[in-house]
Design a protein around this ligand. Structure first.
Ligand code: ADP
Length: 262
């Protein structure tokens, strides 16, 4: 496995990434993959070349969000060729595009999971990318930490939901990022509120949260809230996330602006 000067893995010789950003969460189901996909779409809309490495092997959902099916091709050099999304040509690599039965990964132990993710980095012809977003396995256990140590990250985006123990998730992510000497670039509280379809009023159905407090305490630069969005749920179910309209994606604007300044 090729190692770079700082002991992190180097990508295949045909790959060149300008920025690598990990998207993490405290647990599954908070919308980490959805946010990863939305960030990728927003960056692509701004004209950047974007890729997604789906490192959430036991809950691989990125291909479904984009309606991608089938298996990855292998290049003449024996590297995996990412699959491109229909509208914005976002390059995706996921276990669900490599194995006929990706569910098998559920029984894999840590080292095997780490090895597979390493290969998604070293044995893929990513080409030239402005941004590679890594959809991390949920939690702060060994596997995500190993993955983060292997990749030359620019920083971490943390996704929480209001029911999540936001403060403790941010704290853990902060310590994780600190250990790796990379910044927490942003905090996304997903499903934070609902908007009344009649009067447009916002309701924080889960009450007021200590999110901003946590962000301040841990010096997170950007903190955004995403609404519960029935259209988003429908589009993701249909594999059409690229068709997201401005309403939800504009909530991510401040974070995408921040990623642009990296
Ligand atoms: P995770 O990656 O954290 O496990 P997912 O991104 O797969 O979570 O999201 C879990 C489910 O919640 C999906 O069905 C997704 O469509 C839905 N979902 C996520 N974010 C929102 C949102 N803001 N509004 C409505 N549904 C959402």
């Amino acid at each position: 496995m090729p190692l770079g000067a700082d002991n992190s893995l180097t990508p295949s010789e045909d790959s060149e990434m300008s920025h690598v950003i990990a998207v993490v969460s405290g647990k599954g189901g908070v919308g980490k993959s959805t946010v990863t996909a939305l960030l990728a779409v927003e960056l692509a809309k701004r004209g950047y070349k974007v890729g997604i490495l789906d490192a959430d092997l036991t809950g691989a959902s990125i291909p479904y969000l984009f309606g991608l099916q089938g298996l990855l091709k292998v290049t003449e050099k024996g590297l995996l060729e990412p699959m491109k999304t229909a509208q914005f040509g976002i390059k995706v690599v996921s276990i669900a595009l490599v194995m006929e039965n990706p569910e098998m990964a559920v029984i894999w132990r840590g080292p095997l999971l780490s090895k597979a993710i390493q290969q998604f980095w070293t044995d893929v012809d990513w080409g030239e990318l402005d941004y590679l977003l890594v959809d991390m396995p949920p939690g702060t256990s060994d596997v995500p930490l190993t993955v983060m140590q292997m990749l030359p990250l620019d920083g971490v985006v943390v996704v929480t939901s209001p029911q999540d123990m936001a403060r403790s998730v941010v704290k853990k992510a902060y310590h994780m990022a600190n250990q790796l000497q990379v910044p927490v670039l942003g905090l996304v509280e997903n499903m934070s509120y609902v908007t009344c379809p009649h009067c447009g009023e916002r309701f924080s159905i889960f009450g007021q949260k200590p999110l901003t407090e946590a962000a301040q305490e841990f010096n997170v630069q950007v903190c955004v809230e995403l609404p519960v969005d029935p259209q988003l749920a429908e589009l993701t179910d249909q594999g059409n996330i690229e068709q997201i309209t401005v309403a939800t994606s504009s909530s991510l604007k401040e974070l995408v602006d921040a990623l642009e300044t990296l």
